[in-house]
Ligand binder design. Structure first.
Ligand code: F6R
Length: 362
């Protein structure tokens, strides 16, 4: 049942404020973080190793910034297919964390099994509680996204981010990096996301309009800094998966080390720039693109658009949000751009060619 939507993907994008609210209710009770038994005490952990594939890996990449910045916890991340054969040494005091919507991805499961008996604790962030990855973890953390049918992951991604953000706050609290006020502020920011998402979804027509222009492109670049670099990857993956347009993500600061050579008037450059601590730097990279004739689609809030000045090709305006949780909110335009571009191209949105929902072989 597509609930009145043309595609499961559209339905699942629209469901995000609701499913996120469910996840928040499960993990935050009376203003306090509660993990299911046996819980996780971050005073017993010195480092975190996070492993996943595809979209779930980009959730890990985003969360690395959170754990390092707010909890000062060192984080290593890798894609499961590399991790499992790299056979990395696992130091004492390591928690290994696996993120998987299906809980059955072959490489992620093999990576988890590699960590058995080596990591102090095996944690998973999963959507399917009875899955292999959940069953083989010491602490399976459900994301409560509900069944995801569209092959391109949407609501699972933002629910993964939400659970990881809560876990990062828990780590900061346990490790004494955030006091009670700091924890309360961080949790308020996380709790503000569903309502902000509803606003961003209501502004979805902006993405629809620009997608008709993106559908003409052969290559598209996504740029961001910090956690928005992770989201740039997710935006590029979503776009290539369902619209078959070649898309790449770069850290804004890497632009001048090569990829800027690609920029001309035929390559749209999507700049993801909430007004965070790195905003000015991202905007200056954006101006370098424009100075070379690049067409920039800027995703920011109204004040950000004003500060960025004139000359952009198009803008998607977002509600103003606490920079900590901006990556969760900015997933919405990344998903909508991919969705509307695919619809404009007439591709099979829910069943993209060559892809399976659950990758149970390596
Ligand atoms: C992208 C997508 C895939 C999955 C990846 C991992 O939209 O859905 O990249 O994220 O195959 O799958 P899970 O999360 O089930 O381990």
């Amino acid at each position: 049942d597509k609930g009145g939507h043309k595609h499961y993907m559209a339905k699942e994008i629209a469901e995000q404020p609701t499913v996120l609210t469910n996840a928040l209710g499960y993990y935050i009770k009376d203003g306090r973080i509660e993990l299911p038994d046996p819980g996780l005490d971050f005073t017993q952990i010195d480092r975190l190793t996070m492993v996943a594939c595809g979209t779930a890996f980009y959730a890990c990449l985003t969360a690395k910034y959170w754990f390092e910045q707010i909890a000062r916890l060192p984080v290593e991340i890798d894609v499961a297919s590399e991790f499992r054969y790299r056979e990395p040494p696992i130091a004492k005091g390591t928690a290994a964390l696996f993120v998987s919507q299906s809980g059955e991805t072959a490489d992620t499961l093999a990576a988890l099994r590699y960590c058995e008996g080596k990591a102090d604790k095996i944690v998973s962030v999963v959507n399917v509680p009875e899955s292999s990855i959940a069953r083989e973890s010491d602490l399976p953390l459900p994301i409560l996204a509900g069944r995801e049918i569209g092959v391109a992951s949407t609501k699972a991604f933002t629910c993964q981010l939400t659970v990881l953000a809560i876990l990062a706050v828990k780590a900061a609290q346990d490790r004494g990096e955030l006091d009670a006020d700091g924890v309360a502020r961080a949790l308020d920011a996380i709790k503000s996301v569903p309502a902000m998402m509803s606003q961003a979804l209501a502004l979805g027509e902006q993405s629809n309009a620009v997608s008709r222009k993106l559908a003409e492109a052969r290559d598209i670049l996504f740029l961001g800094r910090g956690p928005m670099y992770a989201l740039a990857h997710e935006g590029a993956l979503k776009l290539k998966e369902i619209s078959y347009i070649h898309a790449e993500a770069y850290a804004s600061g890497e632009l001048k080390h090569g990829p800027i050579a690609l920029v001309d008037e035929h390559v749209p450059v999507i700049v993801m720039a909430p007004r965070d601590a790195l905003f000015d730097k991202t905007i200056s990279n954006m101006q370098e693109v424009m100075a070379r004739g690049g067409r920039v689609l800027l995703i920011t809030d109204a004040q950000g658009a004003k500060e960025a000045g004139p000359g952009v090709w198009d803008t998607i305006l977002m509600p103003e949000i606490d920079p900590f949780v901006a990556p969760i909110l900015y997933a919405i335009p990344a998903q909508l751009l991919a969705y509307h571009t695919a619809v404009a191209k007439g591709t099979d949105v829910d069943q993209p060619r060559n892809l399976a929902k659950s990758v149970t072989v390596e």
